[in-house]
Design a binder for this molecule. Structure first.
Ligand SMILES: Nc1ncnc2c1ncn2[C@@H]1O[C@H](COP(=O)(O)OP(=O)(O)O)[C@@H](O)[C@H]1O
Ligand SMILES: [Mg+2]
Length: 365
Protein backbone atom coordinates (compact mmCIF):
# COMPACT_ATOMS: atom_id res chain seq x y z
CA UNK A 1 0.00 0.00 0.00
CA UNK A 2 1.38 3.43 -0.86
CA UNK A 3 2.43 5.57 2.09
CA UNK A 4 1.52 8.97 0.68
CA UNK A 5 -1.36 8.89 -1.72
CA UNK A 6 -2.93 11.70 -3.73
CA UNK A 7 -6.23 10.94 -5.37
CA UNK A 8 -7.75 13.11 -8.11
CA UNK A 9 -6.21 16.21 -6.60
CA UNK A 10 -7.31 19.49 -8.19
CA UNK A 11 -5.98 22.89 -7.20
CA UNK A 12 -6.99 26.26 -8.58
CA UNK A 13 -5.83 29.75 -7.70
CA UNK A 14 -8.92 31.87 -8.28
CA UNK A 15 -10.23 30.88 -11.70
CA UNK A 16 -6.98 29.30 -12.82
CA UNK A 17 -6.66 25.58 -12.31
CA UNK A 18 -2.98 24.64 -11.96
CA UNK A 19 -3.21 20.99 -10.76
CA UNK A 20 -5.56 18.99 -12.94
CA UNK A 21 -6.60 15.83 -11.14
CA UNK A 22 -3.31 14.32 -10.01
CA UNK A 23 -3.15 10.68 -8.83
CA UNK A 24 0.10 9.77 -7.14
CA UNK A 25 1.52 7.13 -4.85
CA UNK A 26 4.71 7.51 -2.80
CA UNK A 27 6.08 4.40 -1.10
CA UNK A 28 7.34 4.28 2.46
CA UNK A 29 11.09 4.76 2.90
CA UNK A 30 11.50 5.70 -0.72
CA UNK A 31 13.18 8.73 -2.22
CA UNK A 32 10.64 10.14 -4.64
CA UNK A 33 11.51 13.08 -6.87
CA UNK A 34 8.95 15.34 -8.53
CA UNK A 35 10.61 16.86 -11.58
CA UNK A 36 9.30 19.21 -14.23
CA UNK A 37 9.89 22.60 -15.78
CA UNK A 38 9.34 25.79 -13.82
CA UNK A 39 5.64 26.52 -13.30
CA UNK A 40 4.44 22.93 -13.75
CA UNK A 41 3.03 22.75 -10.20
CA UNK A 42 5.77 21.08 -8.14
CA UNK A 43 5.75 23.56 -5.27
CA UNK A 44 1.96 23.63 -5.26
CA UNK A 45 1.84 19.83 -4.89
CA UNK A 46 4.26 19.93 -1.95
CA UNK A 47 2.34 22.75 -0.31
CA UNK A 48 -0.87 20.75 -0.68
CA UNK A 49 0.75 17.79 1.09
CA UNK A 50 2.17 20.09 3.77
CA UNK A 51 -1.15 21.81 4.32
CA UNK A 52 0.06 25.24 3.25
CA UNK A 53 -2.56 25.23 0.47
CA UNK A 54 -6.05 23.79 0.44
CA UNK A 55 -7.10 21.49 -2.36
CA UNK A 56 -10.25 22.13 -4.38
CA UNK A 57 -11.00 18.48 -5.08
CA UNK A 58 -9.58 15.08 -4.23
CA UNK A 59 -7.93 13.62 -1.16
CA UNK A 60 -4.48 13.09 0.35
CA UNK A 61 -3.63 10.18 2.65
CA UNK A 62 -0.50 9.50 4.69
CA UNK A 63 -0.10 6.04 6.19
CA UNK A 64 -3.72 5.23 5.42
CA UNK A 65 -5.06 8.30 7.23
CA UNK A 66 -6.76 11.11 5.35
CA UNK A 67 -4.78 14.26 6.16
CA UNK A 68 -5.95 16.94 3.75
CA UNK A 69 -8.40 18.32 6.33
CA UNK A 70 -5.82 18.40 9.12
CA UNK A 71 -3.82 21.49 10.08
CA UNK A 72 -0.16 21.37 8.93
CA UNK A 73 1.16 20.63 12.42
CA UNK A 74 -0.93 17.45 12.66
CA UNK A 75 0.21 15.93 9.37
CA UNK A 76 3.56 14.54 10.50
CA UNK A 77 5.51 16.26 7.73
CA UNK A 78 8.55 18.55 7.69
CA UNK A 79 9.36 20.80 4.78
CA UNK A 80 12.76 22.15 3.72
CA UNK A 81 12.59 25.21 1.49
CA UNK A 82 14.87 26.50 -1.22
CA UNK A 83 15.74 29.66 0.71
CA UNK A 84 16.34 27.68 3.99
CA UNK A 85 14.10 30.14 5.91
CA UNK A 86 16.33 30.16 9.01
CA UNK A 87 15.64 32.69 11.78
CA UNK A 88 18.58 35.12 11.51
CA UNK A 89 18.54 36.20 15.17
CA UNK A 90 18.62 32.62 16.49
CA UNK A 91 21.64 30.35 16.83
CA UNK A 92 21.84 27.08 14.91
CA UNK A 93 20.78 25.25 18.07
CA UNK A 94 17.78 27.52 18.54
CA UNK A 95 16.83 27.21 14.88
CA UNK A 96 17.00 23.44 14.99
CA UNK A 97 15.09 23.15 18.25
CA UNK A 98 12.44 25.75 17.41
CA UNK A 99 9.74 23.31 16.29
CA UNK A 100 10.22 21.08 19.33
CA UNK A 101 10.18 24.03 21.73
CA UNK A 102 6.97 25.22 20.11
CA UNK A 103 5.53 21.75 20.65
CA UNK A 104 6.55 22.07 24.34
CA UNK A 105 8.91 19.11 24.28
CA UNK A 106 11.12 18.51 27.36
CA UNK A 107 14.49 20.25 27.44
CA UNK A 108 16.54 17.03 27.75
CA UNK A 109 14.58 15.48 24.91
CA UNK A 110 15.21 18.50 22.69
CA UNK A 111 18.92 18.47 23.52
CA UNK A 112 19.22 14.81 22.64
CA UNK A 113 17.44 15.19 19.35
CA UNK A 114 19.39 18.27 18.26
CA UNK A 115 22.72 16.67 19.22
CA UNK A 116 21.88 13.57 17.28
CA UNK A 117 20.79 15.48 14.16
CA UNK A 118 23.86 17.72 14.40
CA UNK A 119 26.12 14.67 14.52
CA UNK A 120 24.43 13.10 11.52
CA UNK A 121 24.87 16.33 9.56
CA UNK A 122 28.35 17.05 10.98
CA UNK A 123 27.45 20.51 12.27
CA UNK A 124 27.99 19.91 15.98
CA UNK A 125 30.67 22.59 16.17
CA UNK A 126 28.33 25.15 14.58
CA UNK A 127 25.48 24.91 17.08
CA UNK A 128 26.20 28.26 18.76
CA UNK A 129 26.65 30.23 15.54
CA UNK A 130 24.11 32.52 13.91
CA UNK A 131 23.05 31.75 10.31
CA UNK A 132 24.96 34.74 8.92
CA UNK A 133 28.21 33.14 10.08
CA UNK A 134 27.54 30.01 8.01
CA UNK A 135 28.26 29.11 4.39
CA UNK A 136 25.39 28.25 2.02
CA UNK A 137 25.99 24.53 2.42
CA UNK A 138 26.07 24.78 6.22
CA UNK A 139 22.82 26.76 6.26
CA UNK A 140 21.23 24.13 4.08
CA UNK A 141 22.33 21.47 6.57
CA UNK A 142 20.80 23.41 9.43
CA UNK A 143 17.53 23.62 7.53
CA UNK A 144 17.64 19.86 7.01
CA UNK A 145 18.56 19.37 10.68
CA UNK A 146 15.49 21.33 11.71
CA UNK A 147 13.41 18.84 9.74
CA UNK A 148 15.23 15.78 11.12
CA UNK A 149 14.71 16.64 14.81
CA UNK A 150 10.97 16.47 14.30
CA UNK A 151 11.19 12.86 13.07
CA UNK A 152 8.45 13.45 10.53
CA UNK A 153 6.63 10.67 8.70
CA UNK A 154 7.47 12.42 5.46
CA UNK A 155 10.18 14.90 4.51
CA UNK A 156 9.30 17.42 1.81
CA UNK A 157 12.12 19.23 -0.01
CA UNK A 158 11.45 22.11 -2.38
CA UNK A 159 14.52 22.62 -4.59
CA UNK A 160 16.79 22.74 -1.53
CA UNK A 161 20.06 22.74 -3.47
CA UNK A 162 19.38 25.33 -6.14
CA UNK A 163 21.08 28.19 -4.26
CA UNK A 164 24.34 26.28 -3.88
CA UNK A 165 27.28 26.39 -6.26
CA UNK A 166 27.74 23.48 -8.67
CA UNK A 167 30.36 21.56 -6.69
CA UNK A 168 28.52 21.82 -3.39
CA UNK A 169 25.30 20.80 -5.12
CA UNK A 170 26.86 17.54 -6.25
CA UNK A 171 28.23 16.92 -2.75
CA UNK A 172 24.89 17.65 -1.06
CA UNK A 173 23.12 15.43 -3.59
CA UNK A 174 25.18 12.48 -2.40
CA UNK A 175 24.82 13.48 1.26
CA UNK A 176 21.05 13.72 1.02
CA UNK A 177 20.63 10.34 -0.60
CA UNK A 178 22.89 8.78 2.04
CA UNK A 179 20.92 10.53 4.76
CA UNK A 180 17.66 9.21 3.36
CA UNK A 181 18.95 5.62 3.41
CA UNK A 182 20.45 6.04 6.88
CA UNK A 183 17.21 7.40 8.36
CA UNK A 184 15.02 5.05 6.30
CA UNK A 185 13.05 8.20 5.64
CA UNK A 186 10.20 8.78 3.22
CA UNK A 187 11.29 11.77 1.20
CA UNK A 188 9.59 13.74 -1.52
CA UNK A 189 12.05 15.99 -3.27
CA UNK A 190 11.12 18.61 -5.85
CA UNK A 191 13.47 19.88 -8.53
CA UNK A 192 13.42 21.31 -12.04
CA UNK A 193 16.83 19.70 -12.62
CA UNK A 194 16.53 16.34 -14.33
CA UNK A 195 20.13 15.43 -13.42
CA UNK A 196 19.21 15.76 -9.72
CA UNK A 197 16.13 13.66 -10.37
CA UNK A 198 18.09 10.95 -12.19
CA UNK A 199 20.88 10.75 -9.63
CA UNK A 200 18.85 10.95 -6.42
CA UNK A 201 15.52 9.26 -7.01
CA UNK A 202 14.33 5.75 -6.32
CA UNK A 203 11.27 6.87 -8.24
CA UNK A 204 10.74 9.90 -10.46
CA UNK A 205 7.42 11.61 -11.10
CA UNK A 206 7.58 13.75 -14.24
CA UNK A 207 5.17 16.69 -14.11
CA UNK A 208 4.13 18.98 -16.92
CA UNK A 209 1.54 21.75 -16.75
CA UNK A 210 -0.22 20.33 -13.71
CA UNK A 211 -0.37 16.75 -15.02
CA UNK A 212 1.67 13.65 -14.23
CA UNK A 213 3.36 12.55 -17.46
CA UNK A 214 5.11 9.41 -16.22
CA UNK A 215 6.20 7.70 -13.00
CA UNK A 216 9.04 5.22 -12.69
CA UNK A 217 12.62 4.44 -11.69
CA UNK A 218 15.17 6.75 -13.39
CA UNK A 219 16.39 4.23 -15.95
CA UNK A 220 12.87 3.18 -16.95
CA UNK A 221 12.09 6.77 -17.84
CA UNK A 222 15.39 7.06 -19.68
CA UNK A 223 14.94 3.87 -21.70
CA UNK A 224 11.20 3.84 -22.25
CA UNK A 225 9.75 7.33 -22.09
CA UNK A 226 6.01 7.20 -22.64
CA UNK A 227 5.89 10.32 -24.73
CA UNK A 228 7.93 12.98 -26.39
CA UNK A 229 7.79 15.31 -23.42
CA UNK A 230 9.41 12.79 -21.05
CA UNK A 231 11.86 11.73 -23.77
CA UNK A 232 13.00 15.31 -24.24
CA UNK A 233 13.06 16.19 -20.56
CA UNK A 234 14.94 13.20 -19.12
CA UNK A 235 18.53 12.78 -20.31
CA UNK A 236 21.33 15.27 -20.79
CA UNK A 237 22.11 16.53 -23.37
CA UNK A 238 18.55 16.12 -24.56
CA UNK A 239 17.31 13.54 -27.04
CA UNK A 240 17.44 14.56 -30.72
CA UNK A 241 14.14 14.70 -32.61
CA UNK A 242 13.71 14.46 -36.37
CA UNK A 243 10.41 14.57 -38.24
CA UNK A 244 9.54 12.11 -40.94
CA UNK A 245 7.02 9.56 -42.09
CA UNK A 246 6.63 5.82 -42.05
CA UNK A 247 7.68 4.15 -45.31
CA UNK A 248 7.39 0.48 -44.51
CA UNK A 249 6.51 -1.80 -41.63
CA UNK A 250 8.08 -5.26 -41.51
CA UNK A 251 7.37 -7.20 -38.36
CA UNK A 252 9.26 -5.19 -35.69
CA UNK A 253 11.26 -3.17 -38.17
CA UNK A 254 9.97 0.21 -39.28
CA UNK A 255 11.54 2.11 -42.15
CA UNK A 256 11.11 5.83 -41.81
CA UNK A 257 11.91 8.57 -44.27
CA UNK A 258 13.20 11.71 -42.62
CA UNK A 259 13.11 15.19 -44.07
CA UNK A 260 15.53 15.46 -46.99
CA UNK A 261 14.87 11.85 -48.02
CA UNK A 262 17.25 10.25 -45.48
CA UNK A 263 16.16 6.81 -44.37
CA UNK A 264 16.37 5.35 -40.90
CA UNK A 265 15.49 1.93 -39.54
CA UNK A 266 13.80 1.61 -36.14
CA UNK A 267 13.08 -1.54 -34.16
CA UNK A 268 9.80 -1.40 -32.24
CA UNK A 269 7.78 -3.83 -30.14
CA UNK A 270 4.30 -2.56 -30.90
CA UNK A 271 4.16 -1.84 -34.58
CA UNK A 272 0.42 -2.43 -34.77
CA UNK A 273 -0.40 1.25 -34.86
CA UNK A 274 2.26 2.04 -37.45
CA UNK A 275 0.74 2.77 -40.82
CA UNK A 276 2.49 3.62 -44.01
CA UNK A 277 2.60 7.34 -44.70
CA UNK A 278 1.85 8.29 -41.07
CA UNK A 279 3.80 11.32 -39.87
CA UNK A 280 6.15 10.48 -36.97
CA UNK A 281 9.01 11.92 -34.99
CA UNK A 282 12.17 9.88 -34.62
CA UNK A 283 13.94 10.34 -31.29
CA UNK A 284 17.52 9.33 -30.61
CA UNK A 285 19.83 10.22 -27.75
CA UNK A 286 23.26 11.79 -28.37
CA UNK A 287 24.93 8.78 -26.74
CA UNK A 288 23.06 6.38 -29.05
CA UNK A 289 24.43 7.98 -32.21
CA UNK A 290 27.74 7.02 -33.78
CA UNK A 291 30.12 9.74 -34.96
CA UNK A 292 31.84 7.03 -37.01
CA UNK A 293 28.73 6.44 -39.07
CA UNK A 294 28.31 2.85 -37.88
CA UNK A 295 24.82 1.44 -37.37
CA UNK A 296 21.78 0.35 -39.33
CA UNK A 297 21.31 3.66 -41.11
CA UNK A 298 23.07 6.99 -41.39
CA UNK A 299 22.54 10.62 -42.28
CA UNK A 300 25.07 13.33 -43.13
CA UNK A 301 25.87 16.20 -40.81
CA UNK A 302 28.20 19.19 -40.64
CA UNK A 303 29.78 20.05 -37.29
CA UNK A 304 29.15 23.61 -36.10
CA UNK A 305 30.46 23.26 -32.55
CA UNK A 306 32.67 20.87 -30.58
CA UNK A 307 32.33 20.75 -26.80
CA UNK A 308 35.22 19.00 -25.06
CA UNK A 309 34.60 17.88 -21.49
CA UNK A 310 37.80 15.88 -21.20
CA UNK A 311 36.41 12.40 -20.72
CA UNK A 312 33.88 12.90 -23.47
CA UNK A 313 33.09 15.21 -26.35
CA UNK A 314 29.79 16.52 -27.69
CA UNK A 315 29.48 17.32 -31.36
CA UNK A 316 26.80 19.74 -32.51
CA UNK A 317 25.82 19.24 -36.13
CA UNK A 318 23.44 20.54 -38.75
CA UNK A 319 21.76 18.13 -41.15
CA UNK A 320 21.61 19.30 -44.79
CA UNK A 321 18.04 20.41 -43.98
CA UNK A 322 19.32 22.64 -41.17
CA UNK A 323 18.13 20.54 -38.22
CA UNK A 324 20.35 20.39 -35.15
CA UNK A 325 21.72 17.08 -33.89
CA UNK A 326 23.92 16.42 -30.86
CA UNK A 327 26.26 13.42 -30.96
CA UNK A 328 28.30 11.98 -28.12
CA UNK A 329 31.91 11.08 -28.95
CA UNK A 330 34.95 9.88 -26.97
CA UNK A 331 37.02 12.53 -25.19
CA UNK A 332 39.96 12.23 -27.57
CA UNK A 333 37.90 12.18 -30.78
CA UNK A 334 39.88 13.96 -33.51
CA UNK A 335 37.38 16.29 -35.10
CA UNK A 336 36.90 19.99 -35.82
CA UNK A 337 34.21 22.56 -36.51
CA UNK A 338 33.30 22.51 -40.20
CA UNK A 339 33.94 18.77 -40.65
CA UNK A 340 31.30 16.80 -42.50
CA UNK A 341 30.62 13.38 -41.03
CA UNK A 342 28.20 10.51 -41.27
CA UNK A 343 25.99 10.03 -38.21
CA UNK A 344 25.17 6.37 -37.58
CA UNK A 345 21.82 5.21 -36.13
CA UNK A 346 21.23 1.86 -34.42
CA UNK A 347 17.68 0.58 -34.98
CA UNK A 348 17.32 -0.72 -31.40
CA UNK A 349 18.20 2.63 -29.89
CA UNK A 350 15.75 4.81 -31.81
CA UNK A 351 12.41 5.92 -30.40
CA UNK A 352 9.34 6.68 -32.48
CA UNK A 353 6.59 9.10 -31.53
CA UNK A 354 3.15 9.59 -33.02
CA UNK A 355 2.30 13.08 -34.08
CA UNK A 356 0.44 13.59 -30.79
CA UNK A 357 3.68 12.84 -28.90
CA UNK A 358 2.83 9.34 -27.62
CA UNK A 359 5.65 6.82 -27.96
CA UNK A 360 5.45 3.65 -30.01
CA UNK A 361 6.20 0.65 -27.81
CA UNK A 362 9.82 -0.32 -28.10
CA UNK A 363 12.16 -3.16 -27.29
CA UNK A 364 13.95 -2.74 -23.97
CA UNK A 365 17.38 -1.12 -23.63
N1 LIG B 1 -0.46 31.78 -4.85
C1 LIG B 1 -0.65 31.67 -6.17
N2 LIG B 1 -1.57 32.42 -6.81
C2 LIG B 1 -1.77 32.29 -8.14
N3 LIG B 1 -1.09 31.44 -8.93
C3 LIG B 1 -0.14 30.69 -8.36
C4 LIG B 1 0.13 30.75 -6.96
N4 LIG B 1 1.12 29.87 -6.68
C5 LIG B 1 1.45 29.28 -7.85
N5 LIG B 1 0.69 29.76 -8.87
C6 LIG B 1 0.74 29.33 -10.27
O1 LIG B 1 0.59 27.92 -10.30
C7 LIG B 1 1.44 27.33 -11.27
C8 LIG B 1 2.34 26.31 -10.61
O2 LIG B 1 3.24 26.98 -9.76
P1 LIG B 1 4.33 26.24 -8.87
O3 LIG B 1 3.67 25.13 -8.14
O4 LIG B 1 5.01 27.27 -8.06
O5 LIG B 1 5.30 25.66 -9.98
P2 LIG B 1 6.77 25.04 -9.85
O6 LIG B 1 7.08 24.90 -8.41
O7 LIG B 1 6.70 23.75 -10.59
O8 LIG B 1 7.69 26.02 -10.55
C9 LIG B 1 2.17 28.48 -11.93
O9 LIG B 1 1.51 28.81 -13.12
C10 LIG B 1 2.09 29.59 -10.91
O10 LIG B 1 2.11 30.85 -11.55
MG1 LIG C 1 8.62 25.71 -7.26
Amino acid sequence: MPYVEMKSVVKAFGETEVIHGVDLAVEKEEFTVFVGPSGCGKTTLLRLIAGLEELNEGAIHIGGERIDQLPPSKRGIAMVFQNYALYPHMSVYQNMSFGLRLAKAKKEFIQERVQEAAEILQITELLERKPKALSGGQRQRVAIGRAIVREPKVFLFDEPLSNLDAKLRVQMRVELTRLQKRLNATMIYVTHDQVEAMTMADKIVVLHEGHVEQVGPPLDLYHTPKNRFVAGFIGSPAMNFLDGEIKEVNDQIIEVELEGGHHATVRCEATGSATQGAPITLGVRPEALSPEGTGDSKIPGKIYAVERLGGETYLYLHTPEGHEITVHAPGDKVVATGDEISIGFTADKCHLFHQGGEAFGRLGG
